[in-house]
Design a protein around this ligand. Structure first.
Ligand SMILES: Nc1nc2c(ncn2[C@@H]2O[C@H](COP(=O)(O)OP(=O)(O)OP(=O)(O)O)[C@@H](O)[C@H]2O)c(=O)[nH]1
Ligand SMILES: [Zn+2]
Length: 338
């Protein structure tokens, strides 16, 4: 049977997770300050978010409380794309309940491998399956070589070259996408153009890249979930100029599965792959099977991740101390007044 929310990613397991909630099921398609657009079986409604921290893709329940629809419950997220938002060292949620993360990079310039590795770490960490789309293939040379190059840094990920202009590669891309798809990539990567091609219509504003410096302006402002004509739904995200990792140790391990396998062959279990004897990682760099660039990138992301983890631990600790202190102040006041 067709469910009205099928277009927004409804399926059997989603239906099961709603079983114990009495209010109306809905999926968040867009979040604004204090309000959101929520897709329900009766259509998209404007709802109050109360003080809930929601993000695009969340499954929630809504109910009419007094004068307006209000979000009541937030269902547990199956996957979540998070990045660190400096300077407060907090996690920023980009999208929830995503099945496929479509990492995009334009082929018309230099492909920044380290940036792809970073975006892949973020994607793997979310729990969703990453797919890489190398865009603007019509404006690129040596496309096959470049696909092969990117494939070496992305174990377990499909790498496809596509062109929204000519339509090349779009069919294959559609075949590998499943469920809710989130598009991520730097500004000007052609995300909105690709999104419009997948959606089959011009729903998202695109922006010509400034010809002077080749930089795209940020055209995408909102994250919005839109139904795809071939099934599933799409979330476009604003161009991510710098994405900081947030607690992405597992994601980094997946991106660098090759380095990880080597690391298990080192003589010492706690090898740092710097100068230790019997280090399989350094041996692989020496023999040319592992690129120095990739090892450097791996180390850099690990260091950054450790740093963010330490900072957020410190923040949580100080928050906890503050709560404890204010609680004990409260208690002291209470005892005094007795
Ligand atoms: N030649 C060519 N140009 C493309 C293609 N796809 C996008 N472009 C161009 O690349 C530029 C940027 O495209 P957008 O889709 O706005 O990029 P974006 O990633 O959404 O950018 P933000 O919204 O800033 O994140 C525009 O000038 C597009 O016309 C393509 O397949 N081929
Ligand atoms: Zn080692």
């Amino acid at each position: 049977m067709v469910h009205p929310l099928d277009r927004y990613g409804w399926n059997d397991s989603v239906a099961t997770s709603f079983a114990s909630y009495p209010d109306t099921p809905a999926r968040i398609v867009r979040v604004d300050k204090g309000q959101c657009d929520a897709a329900t079986s009766g259509g998209v409604v404007r709802a109050r978010t109360a003080d809930r921290q929601l993000c695009t893709g969340d499954w929630v329940t809504v109910a009419d409380r007094g004068d307006a629809p209000t979000v009541i419950d937030l269902l547990p997220r199956t996957t979540a794309i998070r990045r660190s938002s400096s300077p407060r060292s907090e996690a920023q949620m980009l999208a929830a309940n995503v099945d496929t993360v479509l990492v995009t990079t334009a082929l018309d310039g230099d492909v920044d491998l380290a940036r792809i590795e970073r975006l892949l770490a973020l994607a793997w960490e979310s729990g969703a399956q990453p797919v890489i789309a190398l865009t603007k293939a019509d404006a690129a040379q040596h496309v096959l070589d470049r696909i092969a190059r990117v494939q070496t840094i992305a174990p377990g990920v499909s790498v496809l070259a596509v062109s929204a202009t000519t339509g090349d590669g779009i069919d294959i891309l559609i075949a590998v996408l499943s469920g809710t798809v989130a598009l991520i990539g730097p500004s000007g990567a052609g995300k909105s153009t690709l999104a419009n091609t997948l959606l089959g219509k011009e729903l998202l504003a695109t922006n010509a890249v400034r010809s002077v410096d080749g930089k795209g302006r940020h055209t995408t402002v909102h994250r919005e979930l839109l139904p795809l004509p071939f099934g599933g739904a799409l979330i476009d995200t604003p161009g991510l100029r710098g994405v900081g990792l947030w607690d992405a140790a597992h994601g980094i391990e997946k991106v660098f599965a090759d380095v990880d396998t080597l690391a298990h062959q080192c003589r010492f279990d706690d090898c740092h792959h710097v100068a230790e004897p019997g280090c399989a990682v350094l041996a692989a760099v020496e023999s040319g099977t592992l690129e120095q660039r990739r090892l450097d990138s791996y180390r850099k992301l690990l260091r950054e991740n450790d740093w963010v983890a330490a900072r957020s631990d410190a923040r949580l600790r100080s928050e906890r101390t503050r709560v404890v202190k204010s609680k004990s102040r409260e208690l002291r006041r209470m005892y005094k007044s007795r």
